[in-house]
Design a protein. Sequence first.
Length: 81
Amino acid sequence: MSARALRTFAVLGFASTHDALDAEAALRANDIEVVPIPAPKSIGSLCGIALRVVPEQLERVVACLGAAGVSIAANCEIEDV
């Protein structure tokens, strides 16, 4: 069994759970792959849900969320499988 390689992902944090759920819905409606994850401590004390996206899609994600009226409160990068 081989170990899976780590990849870099962009993580978006939101001020409220409602914002995180609205963001997830907006991204899925625009066929952007998104994975809800527990918010990492590195984005501060925001709501407990963050969204993981591939960094290559970040510009599209920001534009999509802006059009949907959802504000990103914080962002960071993580390595994950």
